[in-house]
Design a binder for this molecule. Structure first.
Ligand SMILES: NC(=O)C1=CN([C@@H]2O[C@H](COP(=O)(O)OP(=O)(O)OC[C@H]3O[C@@H](n4cnc5c(N)ncnc54)[C@H](O)[C@@H]3O)[C@@H](O)[C@H]2O)C=CC1
Ligand SMILES: CC(C)CC(=O)C(=O)O
Ligand SMILES: [Mg+2]
Length: 371
């Protein structure tokens, strides 16, 4: 019986290698939930990344951007891989499609839930006594600033070409740090009200500003939040030593990129880690416009074999329902279905750990069955 008249208008950008494989699974799950909830899906698929370079000569075609502009959210796969690594760096899919997309829509807040179900503890490389109840951490990563975007960014030949110099620039403004701190405060308030800010304030000017800004902002706006600070090298170590000490952590772009992959593997696999990238922009429903993507990449080593774990992409679809369409119940149902299937022992190879592994298709069928 239809419960809802909402139309979900989103753009699907599957990308390269395993991108289209796991995107198929996510779309099947969304179709089923939509049918059950009486929602109307209005999505269209568009070229992005290496496959867009092959088909259209550019990683982010104008038509793709126009379609994203007209939608309420973007469901993204992942882009890049060996096929395009010999292109000039600026033309490669990651730098020519994904980063510009994030910048274009000012998606400055990347929310990555690091969740290890207790039933999946065996898939974590951590000793199980360190994670008696699994893991439940949220990484809030600044996504449109820092060293990935700062100018100058260049490579120059020196000494008549006998040497080469490359420069990347890390820049942060107080206003950029304040707005990501606000997102982190909101996340912490919905959980244990504990926030750890990760930086490198013993060396980097941007981190000195980061630490002072986060401290001042929390003191002025969120005295209910228990704030701590940690240097990033220590944070990398503490994450594997005792992940239970973290609840929400907030950090700049590159540190968050690295720490979230670490968080993914202690949570079993990159194939389980979803993400939401949000900004100030609202969609036509008055809700946050967002881009939803797995935290991992295109996994060229397993592409085309039908063995990729679809969970991160499916869970990214759930985050899209939650944040951009306000469908908390539907999002939770998808998350429960994934958990139920994984907990019952159906596992793709990356999380199988001694069990018989199923492929992408069978994993998806099981999740559909649990919905
Ligand atoms: N958002 C994006 O579009 C991203 C793109 N990339 C790009 O992806 C390409 C490959 O990057 P890598 O460093 O190899 O990282 P990756 O994240 O693609 O893979 C790292 C390891 O995790 C495994 N893995 C990742 N997702 C999986 C899944 N769903 N199921 C099972 N196993 C999974 C892979 O098989 C691989 O062994 C590069 O071109 C990179 O730039 C990387 C990260 C994010
Ligand atoms: C192009 C990269 C910055 C993508 C990535 O590694 C990520 O977003 O985690
Ligand atoms: Mg990454």
């Amino acid at each position: 019986m239809p419960k809802n008249e909402t139309t979900l208008k989103f753009s699907v950008l599957a990308g390269d290698y395993i991108g289209p494989e796991v995107m198929r699974s996510a779309l099947r799950v969304l179709e089923k939930v939509a049918a059950q909830e009486g929602l109307k899906l209005d999505y269209s698929e568009h070229a992005v990344g290496g496959c867009a370079i092959d088909a259209h000569g550019t990683a982010l075609p104008e038509a793709t951007l126009t379609a994203c502009e007209a939608a309420d959210a973007i469901l993204f796969g992942s882009v890049g891989g060996p096929k395009w690594e010999s292109l000039p760096p600026k033309e490669q899919p990651e730098r020519a499609a994904l980063l510009p997309l994030r910048k274009h829509f000012t998606l400055f807040a990347n929310i990555r839930p690091g969740l290890l179900y207790p039933e999946l503890r065996e898939a974590s490389p951590l000793k199980n006594e360190r994670i008696p109840e699994g893991i439940d951490i949220v990484c809030i990563r600044e996504l449109t600033g820092g060293i990935y975007f700062g100018q100058p960014k260049r490579t120059t030949l020196l000494n008549g070409g006998t040497d080469v110099e490359s420069v990347d620039t890390m820049i942060y403004r107080k206003s950029e740090i304040e707005r990501i701190t606000e997102v982190a405060i909101t996340a912490a308030r919905s959980r244990k009200r504990r926030l750890c800010s990760v930086d490198k304030a013993n060396v980097l000017e941007t981190s000195v500003l980061w630490r002072k800004t986060v401290s001042d902002y929390v003191a002025a706006n969120a005295p209910d939040i228990e704030l701590s600070h940690m240097l990033v090298d220590n944070a990398a170590m503490q994450l594997v030593r005792d992940p239970g000490q973290f609840d929400v952590f907030v950090t700049e772009n590159m540190f968050g990129d690295i720490l979230s992959d670490e968080m993914a593997v202690i949570c079993g696999s990159l194939g389980m880690l979803s993400s939401a990238s949000l900004g100030a922009r609202k969609n036509t429903l008055g809700l946050p416009y967002g881009l939803y993507e797995p935290a991992g990449g295109t996994a060229p080593d397993i592409a085309g074999k039908g063995i990729a774990n679809p969970c991160a992409q499916i869970l990214s679809g759930a985050l899209m329902l939650r944040y951009s369409f306000g469908l908390e119940d539907a999002a939770t149902r998808i998350e429960r279905a994934v958990r139920e299937v994984v907990a019952s022992g159906t596992r793709t190879g990356d999380i199988a750990f001694g069990r018989t592994a199923v492929g992408t298709e069978q994993m998806t069928e099981k999740i559909l069955g649990a919905l």
